[in-house]
Design a binder for this molecule. Structure first.
Ligand SMILES: [Zn+2]
Length: 296
């Protein structure tokens, strides 16, 4: 009886839970070079949201959004995102930028660090774009301890205040407080890594630029979520933006800056392996995956 009951329970419980929200993904690490630096994109999970006007493209009719999704090669009823982090072997400072969901919701970033040939205790620095769970969750392990025990955890001072102000983050804040080091303005934090705060999505949201031998890689954080909707229509409001107007303005400004620079981008929510460039297209922008950075 038991297996049958279990199967029935899964059949009843699974569809709604599995259809939207965090999606499982196999751990993986894809190598790339930035100048003379070795780096790896670390797969964590996937994420799907329905095209129901409640998360992306707020106030835009869903038929218009469906047409945009389909024109971009997606399905009209679903917004599909990846979740990823980035490991950069800065000289003397193996560094991770954004840590994914963490093991609770099924994030696999810790295993992907292993796939990159690195162990958690070797990571010296973690840079957080912002304090949402799909970027900061992976700083803790399954037992609630520090997943990267020797790492300094960097984030903007306004973001640390924002994280601590949310009662749901009490355990997280207590666990990481001794390791947190804040910054409050743009500038180099480690040799080859500079912070570029672009508040809007959250009060201290920051992107980072890695530089080596004249080559750059810019991280995007949640400046943009969907490579189809956020780039095609940066003006469309997103429920996850704490300040909708500031989020949309930061999105348009940052995307224009990146497109003008021609810099490569690590976009944690864009299609795996999340490395490419952003170009101007019509009134908006478009994503050009880096053909040289491919999943094996
Ligand atoms: Zn996110």
């Amino acid at each position: 009886m038991r297996p049958i009951l279990l199967a029935v329970a899964i059949a009843i419980a699974a569809p709604a839970a599995a259809q939207y929200g965090p999606q499982p993904a196999a751990p993986a690490a894809v190598p790339l070079r930035i100048g003379v630096l070795d780096a790896f994109v670390l797969r964590d999970a996937g994420f799907t949201a329905p095209n129901d006007g409640k998360t992306f493209a707020l106030g835009v009719d869903t038929a218009t959004v469906a047409r945009a999704l389909e024109a971009g090669g997606g399905k009209g009823d679903t917004i599909v995102l990846g979740v990823a982090g980035l490991l950069v072997k800065l000289p003397g400072h193996p560094t991770i930028i954004d840590t994914g969901l963490g093991p609770g919701p099924g994030g696999k970033l810790a295993q992907s660090v292993g796939a990159a040939g690195m162990t958690p205790d070797k990571i010296t620095d973690i840079f957080i774009s912002h304090s949402h769970g799909d970027h900061v969750g992976g700083v803790l392990d399954a037992a609630g301890g520090l997943a990267f025990p020797k790492a300094t955890i960097h984030m903007h001072a306004a973001e640390w205040a924002f994280l601590q102000a949310n009662p749901a983050n009490a355990k997280l804040a207590a666990a990481i407080a001794p390791r947190v080091k804040t910054f409050n303005k743009a500038g180099e934090i480690l040799p080859g890594l500079e912070a570029l705060p672009n508040p809007g999505h959250t009060p201290g949201h920051s992107v980072y630029r890695i530089t080596s031998r004249g080559q750059h890689l810019r991280t995007l954080g949640d400046t943009a979520h969907s490579h189809i909707l956020s780039l095609g229509h940066p003006e469309w409001n997103v429920a996850f933006d704490t300040d909708k107007a500031a989020g949309a303005a930061a999105r348009a400004r940052t995307l224009a800056d990146i497109a003008a620079s021609g810099e490569r981008v690590f976009a944690p929510h864009f299609p795996w392996p999340s490395i490419g460039t952003i170009v101007v297209k019509g009134e908006g922008f478009a994503w050009v995956p880096d053909a040289g950075v491919k999943a094996p």
